[in-house]
Design a protein. Structure first.
Length: 245
């Protein structure tokens, strides 16, 4: 039976959601009303799927809560919202959810999205790998050692022929693989392939100028050119405030 965690701060809606999921044959492990509750919950139990309302009260909304969960648990997520504004949708899509449903939705549509989310996730991440996977860091080979590098500390990854350089705010690592090979072993919702040579941590971008993204560490500001064909898609990942005139 598929085990589900719901994240919803309206307890009446949470109870209604639980009844519908139970009716469809799923097991609701519990409901969290805030980011801290959700993080405490996943430290105790591991759901197969998370269903999160985009707008919850507290220091972090549903989208930010899911981003925090991703640092600790690799799990498919379905977002629910009554807000179809483009800025909200873009923020949610930037976390790569399994589905994004606008309220109200049909029960049959809900069931289809849940089953597809689980199926696609299991195809991408076989169960024997997921259960023991450390998701917040990678271990980079260096001769006979492996150095732990937290994903959030990586600024960007740069291709250089048959090598890639992993650039963090403190250190650079060089490993023997191409960027496609690295991407195939690396999963994080904040990273995006902005060009043939660069995989960028979008959370670390400090400014945008034309077709350039800039990322700053303690000493240096790195300028990274983005593909003109991907520019619109890349910029859609940021919540850009537009002005009149």
């Amino acid at each position: 039976m598929i085990r589900i965690l719901t994240i919803e701060d309206d307890l009446l809606i949470a109870e209604d959601l639980k009844q519908k999921l139970t009716q469809l044959g799923y097991l609701v492990l519990g409901n969290s009303t805030s980011c801290n509750e959700a993080l405490d919950f996943i430290a105790q139990q591991t759901p197969d799927l998370i269903i999160a309302d985009v707008m919850i009260d507290g220091d972090k909304d549903g989208i930010e809560t899911v981003s925090e969960i991703y640092k600790r648990l690799l799990c498919p997520v379905i977002f629910l919202t009554a807000n179809s504004e483009s800025a909200t949708v873009k923020r949610a899509l930037a976390t790569h959810p399994a589905a994004f449903l606008i309220k109200p939705f049909k029960l049959s549509e809900f069931a289809i999205n849940i089953d597809l989310a689980i199926k696609n996730f299991k195809a991408k991440f076989p169960e024997d790998k997921v259960s023991h996977l450390v998701t917040d860091a990678i271990f980079v080979p260096d001769k006979f050692l492996y150095h732990k590098v937290y994903k959030n500390d990586i600024l960007f990854v740069e291709a250089d022929g048959s090598y890639v350089r992993i650039i963090t705010s403190e250190k650079k690592y060089q490993i023997t693989t191409n960027l496609k090979g690295f991407e195939g072993q690396f999963t994080h919702p904040s990273f995006y392939r902005v060009s043939r040579k660069h995989l960028v941590n979008l959370n670390r971008v400090t400014r945008i100028n034309g077709n350039m993204l800039y990322i700053k560490d303690h000493k240096t500001e790195h300028g990274i050119a983005i593909s003109k064909f991907e520019r619109a898609e890349i910029l859609s990942r940021f919540e850009i405030i537009k002005t009149k005139g």
